[in-house]
Design a protein around this ligand. Structure first.
Ligand code: B4P
Length: 194
């Protein structure tokens, strides 16, 4: 069966979650947000959630084996999917390689990686703002937010290189209205789906 798999890439607060909700509604892809899955585990106080919380509250990444195991079981729960939208995953090269292997087993691959480009000052503003409205514990403290950017530079940016080598990587402007950014993403998606 033909599947279309998209990775939405970008630093914390770049709008991955915001755009994913709209893309999933329009294209019928299955939304796989590792951040959301981890927050569900935390809310349910599962052993995985309790372990993940300490990393997330410190602005660190949750260990690869925990995240990869979680993605693997999410795949199993969504066997008939026409495609996945990966939001916030992969965040390390090890996760990217694990994802490539999982998709190969399903006889499919990543169609495109779209990266949202946003300046650091705008990101800090958005995240502190979200901290006020959502109470998310990793968005309240500016020090934790800056730490997440450092982790992004060191551990997540190399994922971009991985997909650049495979000629699947494309950047788009992530500043402007949610609507305009969504239209820009849809323009690229529609070309790829033709
Ligand atoms: P995530 O849940 O993935 O969240 P995020 O990177 O902080 O935010 P996102 O980019 O989705 O921003 P959003 O659209 O919400 O990660 C949280 C933590 O989980 C990580 O730090 C890590 O510890 C852990 N984790 C998750 N996945 C992992 C993995 N694979 N491996 C290891 N650890 C993992 O937008 C942010 C704000 O901006 C919102 O308030 C939104 O309303 C606003 N906004 C969006 N678009 C806007 C626009 N165009 N203009 C103005 N504001 C906008």
């Amino acid at each position: 069966m033909f599947m279309f798999n998209l990775i939405l890439f970008g630093p914390p607060g770049s709008g991955k979650g915001t755009q994913s909700d709209k893309l999933v509604e329009k294209y019928g892809l299955i939304h796989l947000s590792t951040g959301n899955l981890l927050r569900e585990e935390i809310a349910l106080k599962t052993p995985l959630g309790i372990e993940a919380k300490s990393f997330m509250d410190n602005g660190q990444l949750v260990p690869d084996e925990v995240v990869i195991g979680m993605v693997d079981s999410y795949f199993d729960k969504n066997k008939g999917a026409i495609g996945f939208l990966f939001d916030g995953f992969p965040r390390t090269v090890a996760q990217a390689k694990a994802l490539d292997n999982l998709l190969e087993l399903k006889k499919t691959e990543i169609a495109a990686v779209l990266a949202l480009d946003v300046s650091e000052e705008e990101l800090v503003k958005r995240l502190l703002n979200r901290g006020i409205t959502s109470g998310r514990s990793d968005d309240i403290n500016e020090e934790v937010i800056r730490k997440r950017f450092a982790v992004y530079s060191n551990e997540t940016k190399p994922v971009a290189e991985h997909y650049k080598k495979l000629k699947k990587f494309q950047s788009i402007k992530g500043e402007g209205t949610v609507h305009d950014i969504f239209n820009a993403i849809c323009g690229i998606m529609d070309k790829k789906l033709k």
